[in-house]
Write a protein that binds this ligand. Structure first.
Ligand SMILES: CC(C)(COP(=O)(O)OP(=O)(O)OC[C@H]1O[C@@H](n2cnc3c(N)ncnc32)[C@H](O)[C@@H]1OP(=O)(O)O)[C@@H](O)C(=O)NCCC(=O)NCCS
Length: 176
């Protein structure tokens, strides 16, 4: 992983965070979400970037990985307090996206494990995250030992979509 640098995001990364997010959603969720929702996201990257800039200024937690060969942001992660009323004391991964060209090369796994080490230093413990139904990325998380604890439906454009809530009880036990 010497080719990639993981670091806390700065406001200069905001546009690229929004771009990685919108583009990876577009390639991954093509058959899982209304096309219109995905295209709107792609068309509103600048607006989304402004919101992310404000969040970074407020110290919200965004991380990026940069390809040192071309300075491209190839991965974004955002996390913070749980928004799920069933897990009010946990931490939640809000977004975890590796650009399509860099997927399945071991990048996600190394970045994830490096980040977990950081969290352990901060005494973080239990975590949740939502994975869209039929997104086989769920296997990525299950390999680390996350388990599905809950299913919920969220509005998405004009339809409701199903999400699986995954929980990890004590990140010290994450398998690598
Ligand atoms: C899911 C994601 C973060 C994984 O990152 P990655 O760099 O592609 O994964 P890695 O190459 O590090 O794979 C680690 C392991 O997970 C497995 N894996 C990764 N993605 C997988 C997928 N979509 N389906 C099945 N297995 C997967 C790999 O086979 C590998 O297994 P191994 O350790 O036994 O060899 C990345 O593919 C991604 O961003 N996908 C699209 C967006 C997305 O769905 N994000 C998650 C939203 S909740």
């Amino acid at each position: 992983m010497d080719k990639f640098l993981v670091r806390k995001a700065t406001i200069d990364d905001a546009y690229w965070i929004a771009s990685v997010n919108a583009n990876t959603r577009h390639t991954t969720y093509k058959w899982l979400m209304p096309q219109k929702v995905l295209e709107t996201r792609l068309g509103t990257i600048p607006e989304k970037a402004e919101k992310i800039k404000n969040s970074i200024q407020k110290n919200d937690r965004f991380l990026v990985a940069v390809n040192l060969e071309n300075n491209e942001v190839i991965w974004m992660l955002s996390y913070g307090p749980s928004r799920d009323e069933n897990y009010p004391n946990d931490w939640e991964i809000y977004a975890f996206y590796v650009l399509k060209e860099y997927q399945k090369l071991g990048v996600g796994k190394s970045l994830f494990l490096a980040w977990i080490q950081e969290l352990l230093n901060l005494w973080y413990n239990n975590m949740i995250l939502n994975v869209l139904d039929w997104n086989n990325a769920i296997w990525f998380y299950q390999k680390f030992g996350w388990v599905v604890v809950w299913e919920k439906y969220e509005p998405c454009g004009k339809i409701m979509i199903k999400e699986n809530v995954l929980h990890f009880n004590n990140i010290e036990n994450i398998k690598n």
